[in-house]
Write a protein that binds this ligand. Structure first.
Ligand SMILES: [Mg+2]
Length: 259
């Protein structure tokens, strides 16, 4: 039996639209005796909200099976004063982190969009300049991920990586990436299910974050042709997954044939 790390966005659903066969595929993987861990770079929800959403889509999944960037950030930033430009939902997961607007130890960049308006966490000039000044004054830079774009039901959207790169460019400070593809993120996921990398598989739709990240950690990979998968990106990439399937629905059979 294997340990299986499953990406969520683009693998199980896209913007809340189920990938056909995903619910049965997850159930089949469990029935086959594999240990599962859901590993997401999603920045829009707390772990509890994400668990609720997956259950509402029909997945039998507990909150404690989900690894989110927020929970990893809480571990990394515990006890620090942090300027957090993240979505409101994620704040719930930042237990033990002191949120502040000035004189901080660290700046944390997550996904922030119009939804952040009411909490003042929107990516606007004022906030990005505030982050810049803190970094210029010596604060450390952390980001939940450095993804360039993400796939929604309406099409691709600019992601937080562009803002992280902009702050790095302006300050010369390099960001510590907390989510995929950071080795620490994969390490934490494997540790949570007591798995060795060599017996683990990552299922994802993101060539860099999921596939290359897992490979650097010694984890085998299956790329799905859903979510942000683009044939042209795949053809022109030097990243080669161990398997490629049309969707999560094919993963149980693929593993049975290839394990
Ligand atoms: Mg994905």
């Amino acid at each position: 039996m294997a340990a299986i790390l499953l990406d969520v966005d683009g693998v199980l659903h896209v913007s809340g639209h189920l990938i056909p066969g995903a619910v049965d595929a997850v159930a089949d993987l469990r029935d086959a005796g594999h240990r599962l861990r859901f590993v997401t770079n999603s920045t829009t929800m707390s772990r509890a909200q994400l668990g609720e959403r997956l259950r509402s889509l029909g997945f039998a999944v507990g909150d404690d099976e989900l690894q989110t960037t927020g929970s990893v950030a809480a571990r990394a930033l515990k006890g620090k004063r942090v300027l957090a430009l993240t979505m409101p939902g994620l704040i719930d997961d930042l237990e033990g982190v002191e949120l502040a607007g000035m004189n901080v130890d660290a700046v944390l960049i997550g996904g922030a969009d119009e939804d952040g308006e009411e909490t003042g966490r929107i990516f606007n000039y004022l906030n990005l300049n505030r982050a810049f000044l803190e970094l210029d004054g010596g604060a450390e830079l952390y980001c939940l991920h450095k993804t360039r774009w993400w796939q929604t039901a309406e099409g691709p959207r600019l992601d937080a990586g562009a803002f992280v790169a902009g702050l790095e460019y302006a300050t010369g400070v390099e960001a510590t990436v907390l989510g995929k593809p950071s080795p620490a993120y994969f390490g934490a996921a494997l540790e949570a299910i007591d798995a060795d990398a060599e017996f683990a598989w990552m299922i994802g739709d993101d060539l860099e974050g999921d596939i290359a990240g897992a490979q650097r950690h010694g984890v085998k990979t299956i790329l799905v042709r859903t979510g942000k998968f683009r044939p042209d990106d795949f053809e022109s990439s030097t990243i080669v997954p161990d398997g490629i399937v049309s969707s999560i629905a094919q993963v149980p059979d693929w593993l049975e044939a290839n394990l």
